[in-house]
Design a protein. Structure first.
Length: 101
């Protein structure tokens, strides 16, 4: 290699930014904002609506829990007694309720 080529390589490496922390911080903030607005925020909203639905359950509502349809007979703290057929009552976790009809 001749000296002109070596000088060009040395000049290119010395003029390149050594520490671009501001760009890195901005990049991280943009990535966090995208993740927040497309993943975290909608999930929080959906969970709030689900909690509101669970809080509005009443005896006599027809629900689907774990793929099984039934009518609420009794509501406890963490479980629900659900009648799936005449005289057949099962106990299911409140979190298993998928929908209210």
């Amino acid at each position: 290699m001749n000296t002109q080529t070596l000088d060009a390589v040395n000049t290119a490496t010395t003029t390149a930014p050594k520490n671009d922390t501001v760009g890195l911080i901005v990049y991280c903030l943009v990535i966090f904002a995208v993740i927040y607005f497309f993943m975290i925020r909608p999930n929080k909203k959906r969970m709030g609506e689900y909690k509101k639905m669970l809080d509005s359950l009443k005896v006599g509502n027809r629900i689907m829990a774990a793929g099984i349809y039934g009518t609420i007979k009794k509501i406890k703290e963490n479980t629900i007694d659900m009648e799936v057929a005449k005289g057949v009552v099962i106990e299911v976790n409140k979190n298993a309720v998928a929908s209210v009809e």
